[in-house]
Design a protein around this ligand. Structure first.
Ligand code: GLN
Length: 533
């Protein structure tokens, strides 16, 4: 950070799930379009150190940064919108804050003092909000605060924002996202919840500078003016965020209403972009609108929840855009999938994704789906656990090893074709101990993946404890499943493919974390291109 850095704090009120992550990502994108260096970070009020140990039902997908931090899924939006890699400092939880303060207390850094929420916890929050330790220089640091205004647990974050707004003066800005509900019986859009939410924020000593009103229906100018007048916000600083067909239209909609200009003006920064703002981005949206084909991809997994496989879903949609194809996703719950139901569940899909995951639940269904895909030559992409299921299915049904399994699922199998990694064997702690983050992978010449990537060495992000057991490599390759990607140092197998099939590739890593709107991942692009249409 430098004395030139400006800080934008994004909070949400009235209800959760308004899309603060999308708004934060859109603000970042717009400022980037004006030529500024930005970073976006997320502060979550829960006490877990990171979401790595959380069930996706609790908090959606766990996103992984290049440097191996398990983070909130909003970081995925930040990366997909801006194309900029986040890192371990961009995801902060109450747990991390307390851990740092308690470690300091034990070291004796505060000898003689009583450690309190104010100032010790709030000081640590402020230090991270300011990114004091970050060697990078930014023009804007955007900080999204998780949860909803008024939550007990986010109070220290709000107090830190209050102090920083006071200390930084015109280098800090508060953007508040609220909800304007429509009451059908009354036939009216209601602004009262927004007024209350702003009052609550003001009660904490924070005056919002910009209000973004989430709404399902278009808001007339008079409503925006009324909100401005009641909330002490200038009329040009109240914008609406209507439901749109695609989240990728949000930056365009925000720009149309002058959000970027309002932010820049209030922070005393120059609006550097002219009419060209978002021109490349708009080309992508134009491609999206021009899709001429439609295809359905089955997502075979165990979490029937939009957010659980967020990055995979977005990677599929984005790859669809570049293939002029509208991708429909059909969730297939592997927990309930039986041999009898395969035809109905998968008979008409253009391809399938075998999803990542942990533990026994739903894996037999995934194995059945893989077998169906292999035998009917349906394009299939296995990711992490999905790749492992491809390997197990092949062992059981092609190599004739009927008890083949992963060590994760069976401690006693004679044929542990997926085995625990050596460095994972003696671990006793669960949090942050997997093989995490980016590792290099060397692609075999003449393999399909080599042709797809168009280069020999790639870097991809990992999050797992188990691996392909190399004792079986020869048996697999002779029978037709090739090991085509290896870690150059450890020689772990990272990719398998069956070249005789239309598209049958499994990756131990997670390519979905690296697919962005303006740079879709080559594997997803090629997968969509080769779907059954
Ligand atoms: N459970 C598997 C492992 O730990 C796969 C993990 C995943 O799909 N992310 O290796």
């Amino acid at each position: 950070m430098s004395l030139e850095t400006s800080y934008i704090f994004v909070t949400g009120g009235v209800v959760s799930s308004l899309g603060k992550g999308i708004i934060s990502a859109s603000i970042g994108k717009l400022l980037q379009e004006h030529g500024y260096r930005i970073t976006i970070q997320k502060f979550d009020p829960y006490i877990n150190i990171d979401p790595g140990t959380l069930n996706p039902y609790e908090h959606g997908e766990c996103y992984v940064t290049m440097d191996g931090m398990e983070t909130d899924l909003d970081l995925g939006h930040y990366e997909r919108f801006t194309g900029i890699h986040t890192n371990r400092n961009n995801s902060v939880t109450t747990g991390k804050i307390y851990q740092t303060v308690i470690d300091k207390e034990r070291r004796g850094d505060y000898l003689g003092k009583t450690i309190q929420v104010v100032p010790h916890i709030t000081d640590e929050i402020k230090r991270r909000m300011l990114r004091v330790d970050d060697p990078e220089d930014y023009d804007f640091v955007i900080t999204e605060i998780g949860g909803t205004i008024g939550d007990i647990e986010s109070a220290p974050f709000m107090e830190a924002v209050r102090q920083l707004k006071w200390e930084l003066g015109n280098r800090a800005l508060s953007v508040h996202l609220t909800y304007v509900p429509y009451l059908k019986a009354a036939g009216e859009l209601k602004t009262k919840p927004t007024q209350h939410s702003v009052k609550e924020l003001q009660g904490m000593g924070i005056q919002p500078d910009i209000l973004i009103l989430r709404t399902e229906l278009h808001l007339e100018e008079s409503i925006l003016q009324k909100v401005a007048a009641f909330c002490n916000v200038s009329p040009d600083s109240v914008v609406q965020s209507e439901d749109l067909p695609s989240i990728y239209e949000v930056p365009v909609n925000m720009h149309r209403q002058g959000l970027d200009l309002a932010i820049l003006r209030k922070l005393g920064k120059e609006a550097k972009a002219g009419d060209g703002v978002l021109s490349k981005w708009k080309n992508v949206l134009a491609m999206q609108a021009a899709a001429t084909q439609e295809v359905t991809v089955a997502l075979v997994g165990k979490y029937d929840l939009q957010d659980a496989y967020k990055s995979i879903r977005e990677s599929l949609y984005i790859a669809g855009i570049y293939n002029k194809t509208k991708v429909h996703i059909k969730f297939v719950n592997s927990e309930w999938l039986t041999a009898d139901g395969l035809e109905e569940a998968l008979g008409t899909v253009g391809g399938m994704i075998i999803c990542p995951g942990f533990g026994q639940r739903g894996i037999e269904g995934k194995i059945l789906a893989v077998q169906y895909a292999r035998e009917h030559d349906i394009p299939t992409f296995g990711i992490c656990l999905g790749m492992q299921m491809m390997v197990i299915e092949f062992a059981r049904n092609v190599l004739g090893l009927s008890d083949a399994d992963s060590r994760e699922m069976s401690a006693t199998t004679q044929h542990n074709v997926i085995d625990i990694m050596a460095d994972q064997k003696n671990l006793t702690r669960m949090g942050g101990t997997m093989r995490l983050g980016a590792y290099a992978c060397r692609l075999k010449p003449d393999s399909r993946v080599r042709a797809i990537y168009g280069k020999e060495i790639v870097e991809e992000r990992h999050r797992h404890r188990y691996e392909f057991n190399s004792e079986y490599t020869e048996a697999y390759e002779q029978a037709g499943m090739q090991c085509v990607g290896h870690n150059p140092e450890s020689h772990l197998t990272e990719i398998v493919e069956i070249p005789t099939l239309r598209w049958f590739i499994g990756t131990q890593f997670h390519p979905e974390y690296s697919s962005t709107v303006q740079k879709p991942h080559p594997l997803f692009l090629d997968f969509i291109k080769n779907l059954k249409k």
